[in-house]
Design a protein around this ligand. Structure first.
Ligand code: PMP
Length: 410
């Protein structure tokens, strides 16, 4: 009897996971590798790693600007590790604020041109903390139906009323705001770039719709926009010219910045009070000194990364065109960001494509519901500014081979 079969015989708190356990067992029994159990044995650069002894091109990381191996960034981390030790062992509001935490917040204020910046231990915690602390019982959070899990979890934690609008629909956003009591306080949460399909929000139209309604503040998650969009790399909201209209920008150090951590920046005059009332900021240990030092160095370098941004954009356009020409169905009709989603018909086809690509020497993300919208199975490709032109051509050739071998294209 399989472990899963044994598990289904006794009912306990794990029983609700039985359908997922059985689905995974059936899939793995077909001989495919587990897409969620990949180990990077060695990482050679932002775009290359050794996986199971094979040199593999990485096309499924959030390392958009390739900062993980930047010599200045690595050096700053080593120096902080030597000078300040491995960790802070404490909360930001007690013993866990070092000079480096102040420096990374100063770097963020400069990068974003804001008066306030607050650093969290992850981007997930930044959304959890900011949304749950701002919008409580009796308030409303109005959010895009395809919002990231951290946004939904922030809403649940704060106990505000949740109102969803159709993905990227200005009309639906306007309609739903119009149904809310005028005197209620509302937080509208948008994302600059949506991480599954790689599409960008129509922010000016959304802001105009929101401003028709009273008592709304706007938060924009720029996790996937930071570094790449806008003249200063602030995000899609900068590129689309609505900087003055966004009350809070949330972001992460785990993508373009190339390390780990999260943040919120704002010009609100009372912003600092959040440090005392935001539970995911107060009740957890602060980031290690080496991490904040790498983040500060990386953020300052991203202010002058115009050439990298241009190359990343070129890579994204080339890959989108190459995959379109091969006949793949993509998440957006035009290239909108560094994320290119290849939509497949079902789980079997997605896993077969994923595995064939891996055997050819290409790693992409396999994404499935509930992370993806509308029950889709997709391969998420995310480009890096450090991918060379030759690597992009190699990637397109590998997609052609895998697509033909699995029947995903003719
Ligand atoms: N927001 C969005 C839109 C994200 O995609 C992610 C991570 N994938 C996060 C927030 C959380 O970031 P972190 O990895 O720093 O927790």
């Amino acid at each position: 009897m399989t472990d899963a079969a044994i598990a289904t015989e006794t009912r306990d708190l794990f029983s609700k996971f039985d359908p997922l356990i059985n689905e995974r067992e059936a899939l793995l029994a077909t001989g495919v590798r587990d897409p969620y159990a990949i180990v990077m044995d060695q990482v050679l650069s932002p775009t290359r790693a050794i996986i199971k002894g094979k040199e593999t091109i990485l096309l499924g990381t959030y390392n958009y600007m390739g900062m993980t191996f930047d010599p200045d960034v690595v050096e700053a981390g080593k120096k902080a590790l030597d000078e300040f030790g491995a960790g802070t062992t404490g909360s930001r509001v007690l013993n866990g604020t070092y000079q480096g935490h102040k420096e990374v917040e100063d770097a963020l204020k400069e990068f974003y041109g804001t008066s306030g910046a607050m650093v969290f231990s992850t981007g997930y915690q930044a959304n959890l903390g900011i949304i749950s602390t701002l919008a409580g019982k009796g308030d409303y959070v109005v959010l895009d139906a395809d919002s990231h899990a951290s946004i939904y979890d922030g809403c649940a934690m704060g106990n505000a009323e949740i109102v969803r609008f159709r993905h990227n629909s200005v009309e639906d956003l306007d309609k739903r705001l119009g149904r809310l009591p005028a005197d209620a306080l509302k937080l509208v949460v948008l994302e600059g770039v949506y991480s599954m399909l790689g599409d960008v929000a129509p922010l000016p139209e959304m802001v105009a719709a929101i401003r028709k309604h009273p008592n709304c503040m706007i938060l924009c998650d720029e996790a996937h926009g930071m570094g790449f969009f806008g003249p200063n790399g602030r995000g899609a909201y900068e590129e689309q010219g609505v900087e003055g209209e966004i009350d809070f920008v949330v972001g992460t150090f785990s993508k373009s910045v190339g390390t780990v951590g999260g943040f919120c920046v704002s010009n609100h005059p009372k912003f600092e009070i959040l440090r005392l009332v935001c539970r995911p900021y107060v009740f957890t240990a602060s980031l290690p000194p080496s991490v904040v030092a790498t983040a500060a160095t990386s953020i300052r370098k991203l202010m002058h990364a115009g050439e990298k941004r241009a190359h990343l954009w070129k890579n994204s356009q080339r890959l989108h065109q190459g995959l379109t020409d091969l006949g793949f169905k993509l998440g957006s009709a035009t290239p909108q960001s560094a994320i290119i989603a290849v939509i497949l018909t079902d789980q079997m086809q997605a896993v077969a494509m994923w595995q064939t690509l891996l055997e050819l020497g290409l790693y992409v993300n396999m994404a499935r519901p509930p992370a993806t919208p509308a029950g889709t199975f997709l391969l998420r490709c995310s480009l890096c500014a450090e991918h060379s032109d030759e690597q992009v051509e190699q990637i397109i050739a590998m997609f052609e081979t895998a697509g033909k071998a699995t029947g995903a294209i003719n």
